[in-house]
Design a protein around this ligand. Structure first.
Ligand code: NDP
Length: 325
């Protein structure tokens, strides 16, 4: 079995030499054990800040995979069964069957990799952030950043299902064209648009009822001043700052929050674990009905895990970044 370990804590943007590929011998299975092989692995932004907070050098990189049973001494998981596991960047791993999510209701025609994207953690993040934090209502104008990514692309499409007007920002013209294609009402390239303030005003002259914030930083400071009265801001991510060695400085939020009477709340998707299954079923249904389109950015080869991860942080991905083993 192979695994990728964090050789050196990231300083600033991750680099190749921070990762090391290791070969490990797995023990024989005991009663109750299952041997899995990873089929698809996820690379996600959270791995950047969480590695610093919760990993030691030498630990296997954290992460989720879709995995298939190849040997089993556990009747719940016969050979050939697919699960979503949280076993890190490994080609193979042994589990006692705990903390695995079966994919029992999966239609044949839906790619299983979507269990790492639209019908998995990123899709749930979009779902709960939009319905529980932004509390969207039909007719709202919703702004979303990192809009062509795993979470953002689902946010926009769910907001359309909810009867909202949707404005998305992304970092390339190809991504902007994609956003229009999947139903965003307005979209612009935040890297080339010039004045962000003007672009936000042009896309919605009356302002925004909801802001689904995936990036933080300067963009969000500007967006805050474009909110309507009683606007709601879901602070989902702050990717613009994840690689900073010096924390970003203000501007500060109090003035626009006060005068526009805004609500702003950070959230972590696991808060709604009790509603997870129900939400996944709804997301799957919308995908099957074609109401949510799913794009994936697939990198082939386990040895390319670090490259796929760094490429995602740089914005190379359109849709969910995954690695096919
Ligand atoms: P994406 O698929 O959106 O990939 C990351 C994208 O971020 C890149 O493609 C890039 O797109 C954009 N990006 C990178 N650097 C910057 C920057 N400096 N400014 C603006 N955009 C940037 O990732 P996810 O959909 O998985 O995650 C999106 C956000 O949601 C992240 O902040 C993540 O941490 C957060 N998240 C939060 C969760 C929660 O529970 N709160 C759960 C899951 C994700 P572009 O080309 O547009 O720049």
């Amino acid at each position: 079995a192979k695994s990728w370990v964090l050789k050196k804590h990231f300083e600033g943007f991750p680099k190749d030499s921070d990762f090391e590929l290791k070969e490990v011998e797995l023990p024989k299975l005991k009663d109750g054990d299952v041997l899995f092989e990873s089929v698809f692995l996820s690379v996600d932004p959270y791995m950047r800040p969480y590695s610093t907070r919760s990993m030691k050098e030498g630990d296997t990189m954290m992460g989720t995979q879709v995995a298939r049973v190849v040997e089993s001494k556990n009747p719940t998981y016969p050979v050939g069964t697919y699960v979503v596991a949280n076993s890190g960047w490994r080609t193979h791993f042994i589990s006692d069957g705990k903390d695995l999510h079966l994919l029992p209701f999966w239609p044949e025609k839906i790619p299983r990799s979507l269990a790492l994207g639209t019908i998995g953690m990123p899709g749930l993040t979009a779902y709960f952030g939009l319905f529980e934090i932004c509390k969207i209502r039909a007719g709202d104008t919703v702004l979303v950043t990192a809009a062509a990514g795993a979470v953002g692309s689902v946010v926009g499409q769910l907001a359309k299902i909810g009867g909202c007007k949707v404005v998305g920002c992304a970092g390339s013209d190809k991504k902007v064209a994609y956003l229009k294609q999947i139903g965003f009402d307005e979209a612009f390239n935040y890297k080339t648009v010039g004045s962000l303030e003007e672009a936000l005003k042009k896309a919605s002259p009356d302002g925004y009822d909801c802001y689904f914030d995936n990036v933080g930083g300067e963009f969000s400071s500007i967006a805050l001043n474009q909110m309507k009265r009683f606007g709601r801001i879901a602070v989902c991510g702050a990717i613009s700052g994840y690689n900073d060695t010096v924390p970003q400085k203000g501007p500060y939020v109090q003035i626009p929050m006060l005068f526009n009477q805004l609500s702003m709340e950070g959230f972590i998707v696991s808060r709604w674990n009790d509603k997870r299954e129900e939400a996944l079923k709804r997301l799957l249904k919308w995908v099957v009905e074609g109401k949510i389109k799913c794009e994936e950015h697939v990198t082939e080869g386990f040895e390319k895990m670090p490259a796929a991860f760094m490429g995602m942080l740089k914005g190379e991905n359109l849709g969910k970044a995954v690695v096919k083993v």
